[in-house]
Design a protein around this ligand. Structure first.
Ligand SMILES: *Cc1c(COP(=O)(O)O)cnc(C)c1O
Length: 403
C-alpha cells in the first residue's frame, strides 16, 4: 500500500514549512508573526504588492454585485478591459482565460487555426526554444519540451520543434512546409532569467514575415510591467502577432489573456474556442484595477528606477562574495542572480534573513519584488543578501563597504 502523508494536498510541490496570514505591500506576515520581505510576489503575480487599497476596493465592490455570469451574455467590463489592452498594444482582439497555460493553449490554437482557415491545415507546427517554459498542460508541456516535466505522461503532443535559444540559423533550418509560427519568451523566466540579444528577436520577426508565420510572444511572466514597461516586446522593438498574458494581469486574482491582431485571429469564429470562467467579472474587475494603477503617469519610471538601484547594489554584492554569486541578469524587476553555490541553498539562506525569493533554471535565484517596492526595501533586500552570502561562506567574504 502507498502511504499517505499528513497532508491531503497532492504532493506535487516541495513546500517550505512556512505559512502566512496576511500581506502589506512588499511584506508578508507569517502565522508566527515574523515579517518577511516578499521578493517572490507569488511568482511575479502580486505586482502591486499585497492588499493594495485600489485592488481591494475594486474587488470588494464587484463582490457585492456579480461574481460570475458565463460568456452567454455581454460583458461591458470585459470589453473595457479588452479595449484598454488593445489600446496599449498591437492587438485587435483579446480572449480571457484563467491561467498562463490556458492563455498559451489559446495562443497555440489561434496560430494553428490561422493557417487552417487559409486552407493550410498542414501548417500546424510551432518552433520553440530550449530553456523555455510555457505551462503544465499537455500542449504547453510539449511546447516547453523539457524531458523532466514530460516524463511519464505518454507521448508528448505533436507539433513543436525545439531549437537552441538565440540560434537564428537553427530557427531557419527548422522552418518547413508544416511550420505555423514561432513561440518565444522575451526573457526566459523559469529557464533562468535568460534573454537573447535584441537582433535575434528582430530576426525572428523578419523570418515570420518572409515565411508567412505568426510570431507568438509569451509574456505571461514578462508582461504587465515586470520588465519596466507594460509589455517586454516594447523594449525588444518587435511586434508579435499573438501574445499571452497572465501572472500579474489580475494582481493576484487568477486571469490570463491571449491577444491577437485581427489577421492572426481570422480563423477564430463563434464556437472555435471557449471557457466557462474566462472573463469572470471578479477577475476582470481586478485586472481593470491593475491597469488603473499601472497606466498612471510615472509608474514604469518608478519600476525602471528601482531596477537600476537594485541591479547596481546587487553588483556590489557579487564583488564582495564571488564564492557565492557570480552574475546579475534580467530586465526591470525580473532579476536573476546566478549562484555559485546550489541556488536552493541561497534561497534558504535568504529566507533565514527574512527575504523570500524564487529559484529558476540554470542555478539562478530570482528577485521578483512587487513593482511598488521602494528604495528602502531594495536596500534592505541587498543587506539581507549580503548577510546570507556571508553566512554561506562560513562568516567569510570581503567586508561590506559603506555606500
Ligand atoms: C508561469 C508561466 C506560464 C504558465 O502559467 P500558469 O498560470 O502557471 O499556467 C507560461 N509561460 C510563462 C512564460 C510563465 O512564466
Amino acid at each position: 500500500m502507498t502511504s499517505v502523508a499528513a497532508t491531503h494536498l497532492l504532493p506535487v510541490f516541495a513546500r517550505v514549512d512556512l505559512s502566512f496570514e496576511r500581506g502589506e505591500g512588499a511584506w508578508l506576515i507569517a502565522t508566527n508573526g515574523d515579517r518577511y520581505l516578499d521578493f517572490t510576489s507569488g511568482v511575479a503575480v502580486n505586482s502591486l504588492g499585497h492588499a493594495h487599497p485600489h485592488l481591494v476596493q475594486a474587488l470588494q465592490e464587484q463582490a457585492t454585485k456579480l461574481w460570475h455570469m458565463s460568456n452567454l451574455f455581454k460583458s461591458p467590463d470585459g470589453e473595457r478591459l479588452a479595449t484598454r489592452l488593445c489600446e496599449q498594444s498591437f492587438a485587435d482582439y483579446v480572449f480571457f482565460a484563467n491561467s498562463g497555460a490556458e492563455a498559451m493553449e489559446g495562443a497555440i490554437k489561434i496560430t494553428r487555426k490561422y493557417h487552417a482557415a487559409k486552407g493550410h491545415p498542414e501548417r500546424y507546427r510551432i518552433i520553440t526554444f530550449e530553456g523555455a517554459f510555457h505551462g503544465r498542460t499537455l500542449a504547453t508541456l510539449a511546447a516547453t519540451g523539457s524531458a523532466k516535466y514530460l516524463d511519464g505522461f505518454g507521448p508528448p503532443m505533436d507539433g513543436f520543434d525545439q531549437v537552441p535559444f538565440g540560434d537564428i540559423e537553427a530557427v531557419k533550418k527548422a522552418i518547413g512546409p508544416h511550420t505555423a509560427g514561432i513561440l518565444v519568451e522575451p526573457v526566459q523566466g523559469e529557464g533562468g532569467v535568460r534573454t537573447a540579444p535584441l537582433p535575434f528577436y528582430k530576426a525572428l520577426r523578419q523570418l515570420c514575415d518572409d515565411n508567412g508565420l505568426l510570431l507568438v510572444i509569451d509574456e505571461v511572466q514578462t508582461g504587465m510591467g515586470r520588465t519596466g514597461d507594460l509589455f517586454a516586446h516594447r523594449w525588444l522593438g518587435v511586434t508579435p502577432d499573438v501574445m499571452s498574458l497572465a501572472k500579474a494581469l489580475g494582481g493576484g486574482f487568477p486571469i490570463g489573456a491571449v491577444l491577437a491582431t485581427a489577421e492572426a485571429a481570422s480563423g477564430m469564429t463563434p464556437g472555435t474556442h471557449g471557457s466557462t470562467f474566462g472573463g469572470n467579472p471578479l477577475a476582470v474587475a481586478a485586472a481593470n484595477a491593475v491597469l488603473d494603477v499601472m497606466l498612471a503617469p510615472g509608474f514604469f519610471d518608478h519600476v525602471r528606477k528601482m531596477s537600476l538601484l537594485l541591479k547596481q547594489k546587487l553588483a556590489s554584492v557579487v564583488d564582495r562574495h564571488p564564492d557565492i554569486i557570480s552574475e546579475i541578469r534580467g530586465e526591470g524587476l525580473l532579476v536573476g542572480i546566478k549562484a555559485v553555490v546550489p541556488s536552493g541553498d541561497l534561497v534558504a539562506a535568504l529566507r533565514d534573513q527574512k527575504l523570500l525569493t524564487v529559484g529558476a533554471g540554470d542555478n539562478v535565484v530570482r528577485f521578483l519584488p512587487p513593482l511598488i517596492v521602494n528604495e528602502s526595501e531594495i536596500e534592505q533586500s541587498v543587506e539581507m543578501l549580503d548577510r546570507a552570502c556571508t553566512a554561506l561562506s562560513g562568516g567569510h567574504g570581503k567586508q561590506a563597504v559603506a555606500s
